[in-house]
Write a protein that binds this ligand. Sequence first.
Ligand code: SF4
Ligand code: SF4
Length: 653
Amino acid sequence: MRDIIFFALLIIALSYLSFEIYRRIRYIRLGRPEACSDQRLARWKYFCQSVFLQKKIAEYPLPGLLHGFLMWGFIVIMLSSVDMAAKAVFGTTIAFLEQPWFLAIRDLFILLMLTGVLGFTARRIWLKYFRQNWFHSSVKTYAILLLIFFITTSELTYFTADALLMENLLPGAWLVAAFARGLSPLGATAIGMLMEISWWLHYLTIFTILLVIPKSRHLHLVFAPFNVYWRSLRAKGSLHPDFEPASGTPGRSGNGVKDFTRKQLLDTFSCVLCGRCHRECPPERSKEWLKPKKINGFIRTYLEEEGQQLLNNQPSVKMAGGLFDYDFIWNCTTCGGCNEACPVNVDHLSKIIDMRRSIVAEEEHIPPAMQEFFNNVEQTGNPIGRTPQPGQDNNGAGAPEFPSISEKPGAEYLLFAGCLGNFDGPTQKAATALAKILRLAGVDYALSGGEAWCCGETARRMGNERLFKKTARRNIAGWQKYGVRKIITLCPHCFNTIKNEYPELGGYYEVLPHAAFLAGLLRQGRLQITRPRDTAVTYHDPCYLGRYNDIFAQPRQVLQAAGAHLIEMPKSKKLSFCCGAGGGRFWTRAEKENRVSTNRAKEALATEADLVVTACPYCRTIFAEKTEQLKPGQMAVLDIAQFLLEATLEPRR
Ligand code: SF4
Ligand code: SF4
């Protein structure tokens, strides 16, 4: 009878789980197919590191370790469960599961799993009630931890009772042996009952978990490994191209859930709800309306509720302006913090960008400042709307004595100062400082000047793929004319786009951000520090230099060489917070409050450094505005080139 009940429950639980998984696979397949099975070796390597070795999760050491205990422990305990079932149902054992080495490992993982369950419970209570309000733990989460506790302890008591009844303590089972010493005073009847109860508790709990999985965060056990394997292998800073419909017309085909790719929909069922993306999202932490975790949550809930109708060809609700309101979509600074933090490779940003592309394609609900940006770039090639004057195309540094590429074609390096470097007064000073340093170090360079158009980065991140391609292609054609091979950039946004996104349009260059190039000049001894600054400096990592392109050390080397005493902000390097200017928000800051900028400026001011130095014109401008607003006169703001120049050439102020 026991066997019949066991198999009946097993079949019910597995059938239900399979059906629920199949249902979700059908919803995922509503999305557009996307080629993501290339480079198999690289994918498997990352998969093993991420899934089996828990590398990404371990970036947060304590939860990473606890999660490792549970994941590895679950595999071991499930293997052992097969032995329990074989013994009770078929009266046999599986030889390798009774080997001393396996029993020793099993007992170790029983202990580690219990540590994991207790550790996670304590951490959740601690974070929820004493530390952070972002951390959400539902009753379901605690219930699952309780179920894991039951599975683990019931296995331990089952094997202990079995050993006592059979009077056969197997070698290697050290925890069972210790437990057996405690339970040995019980009589045979009590031990027999304990064994029976443990067995049923064990399997009923497993069946319950199988039934609960589809409705809980533990669905990630099924989908997350696939999500990790099929993650994007593009460079971190390279956005996916816009979808081109079969007709060949560039642009989004629509604004529905089916316009996302299958990988984007798979994301939504893979999310663990760990909240790391929230924690690294500057708008979310600054109490603006943007919650990266909800991007998955909203789409997942919509698919769960309406998936069947969608399969029956019912039209989808609008994503941009329907499931997600416009503010939610435009508040993203594209800093990449969420993607970087996610342990299961959920790509939040690609969905935001796709929704922006839909908005731009529909030509409605574009913030006025962004529309002005598009119009200016279309008409003049730069967002400021300034028409470069003929014969003055070396205005990049604001100093006519520096050569432009049209005057000096074939120069070894093109100095691409970007739109702010070309036309914005304070940034022109940074461009001039950089040009002076290059001249001082004897670098063979020429300025791009006003002849080059905007690199297209911001247009692309605002969702205007067509404009990005237009400006990028124009620049590539222009540089081809002058034989440009190597480019030094003043702005990390230009750097990232020219380095990571121009190659898809045929533009292949060696691209060097000025902070890294300056570090190289110092290393080679081509610059001498004659007047070290001896100043307390806090350095802000621009997202597109640091997080997207892993350039953290070189700017700090430059600053320290120039005499800076570095004071790090609490959030720096890979976990640095955005200044609030990315994703087009630099250009909308006048029409909409930017709490992200205020937040970051406060963090800089709290260091009590004399100076905040950065290596990005957007960041520098934001810090200059916000620090002055918050604490007038307390903190100066400089570009790294200006700081270095004052230590090498310029007289001290
Ligand atoms: S890219 Fe940055 S701002 Fe945008 S959702 Fe992710 S963490 Fe938030
Ligand atoms: S999307 Fe990733 S980081 Fe965010 S909650 Fe889900 S699993 Fe965690």
